[in-house]
Design a binder for this molecule. Structure first.
Ligand SMILES: C[S@@+](CC[C@H](N)C(=O)[O-])C[C@H]1O[C@@H](n2cnc3c(N)ncnc32)[C@H](O)[C@@H]1O
Length: 378
């Protein structure tokens, strides 16, 4: 059932009304409303993760993912000279599973837990409640001494030494799409087809779109689509700025590409299946593949150092996932052991998440290649 506001309006009603008064909406506006409307948005109104939800993420597949990312942070902290205190920030922390697993693993490194100031950057009140519960259940040895803080944006996190994790955060940020037509570049917008009673695509040809297209792509063939994610670039720039001002390291994992941003990657997922992208705003997850190359270039332009991009499978293997799986299996029943093998396969196999998902590390300038990002690691 769709959520309704006190006036009895669903998100679709709200969008129809906005289009009626403002005209067609940019895709980024439609997507921001669909995912993040303060009372009717997809993330605002539900916990979409897991078997009963719409999709599953790596930390929900296995504890190994969060543990290895926690150890990645621990290694980075040691390389940075063990700055104390250090802000451990997660962007878009979902159910809090990754952070809980990471904190358990980090507790093995002397002095680290006591140094941590943990910040969860999360806009959804529903998921904030899940995160509270996950972190409240941590054993005392893995619980940082300072209370965990929640923030709506990275800008709201205090300045200082930084360890930052983001898994499947950037794919949820709103994108714009530009399309090459016979008369030049235009912006793809969403309108309401009153006769067909459905949202539909329309093109804004009033000008300006050409200037947004990277120069190397302007001569693309008619029909070509270029995607831009201004919100992602704002975050990448902020990360880059912080990494210049303070020692730090960031690990970004997501599905995406290391290529020019040419092609339509917008997708909707509902009940673990693809759905039509404009059909059910507020009821389906809407995402786009992450343009890792532009993320890296933006953080680099701000002064940070970029490492990678590497496939998730290669990263996890280099971080020791096979050894961790073997250790878990030694203490497991036969069915539990099979579940570990299945999770290992799902996270690392090139035909599953191993190649589609990629990782980018951003560090303060002069930092050596972080764990998992040195090609000589095999
Ligand atoms: C696909 S889920 C990933 C959850 C988690 N990282 C995981 O791997 O299980 C996206 C997460 O980002 C959050 N999110 C989406 N847009 C956001 C924004 N603009 N600012 C902060 N969090 C956001 C969602 O509420 C959710 O927690």
């Amino acid at each position: 059932m769709p959520a309704v506001n006190p006036a009895g309006e669903t998100l679709a009603d709200h969008l129809v009304r906005r289009i009626g008064s403002e005209g067609p909406l940019r895709l980024s506006t439609f997507m921001a409303e669909a995912l993040g409307h303060p009372t009717l948005g997809y993330y605002t109104t539900r916990d979409p993760l897991g078997a009963a939800g719409d999709f599953t993420t790596a930390p929900e597949i296995s504890q190994m993912f969060g543990e290895l990312l926690g150890l990645w942070c621990a290694q980075a902290w040691l390389t940075l000279g063990s700055p104390t205190p250090v802000h451990l920030v997660e962007l878009g922390p979902g159910r809090g599973t990754l952070m809980a697993d990471a904190l358990r693993a980090m507790a093995r490194v002397p002095g680290l837990t006591a140094a941590l100031r943990v910040h969860m950057v999360e806009t959804s009140p529903t998921l904030r409640a899940r995160q509270h519960a996950a972190l409240a259940a941590l054993p005392p040895a893995a619980s940082p001494p300072q209370p965990i803080a929640w923030a709506d944006s990275l800008e709201a996190v205090p300045e200082g030494p930084l360890l930052l994790l983001a898994n499947e955060f950037f794919d949820a940020l709103p994108i714009r799409q530009l399309q090459k037509t016979a008369r030049g570049w235009a912006e793809r917008c969403v309108t309401w087809d009153a006769a067909g009673k459905r949202f539909a695509w329309t093109l804004d040809t009033t000008g300006g779109a050409q200037l947004l297209v990277p120069p190397a792509l302007r001569d693309a063939a008619e029909g070509a689509v270029v995607e831009l994610c201004p919100a992602a670039l704002t975050v990448a720039d902020e990360i880059g700025r912080r990494l210049v001002a303070h020692p730090g390291a960031t690990l970004i994992v997501d599905y995406g590409y290391d290529a020019p941003p040419l092609g339509d990657t917008l997708q909707a997922v509902r009940g673990h299946a693809y759905a039509p992208v404009l059909a059910d705003p507020g009821l389906a997850d809407l995402t786009a593949h992450v343009d890792f190359r532009t993320l890296a270039a933006t953080a680099t332009a701000a002064g940070a150092q970029a490492h990678g991009i590497v496939d998730q499978g290669a990263l996890l293997r280099r971080l020791g996932i096979a050894q961790r799986a073997a250790a878990l299996k030694r203490a497991a029943t036969a069915p539990q052991g099979q579940a570990v093998d299945l999770a290992l396969d799902r996270l690392t196999h090139p035909d599953q998440m191993g190649r589609l998902f990629k990782a980018l590390a951003l560090t303060s300038p002069g930092h050596p290649a972080p764990a998992g990002f040195d090609p000589s690691e095999g």
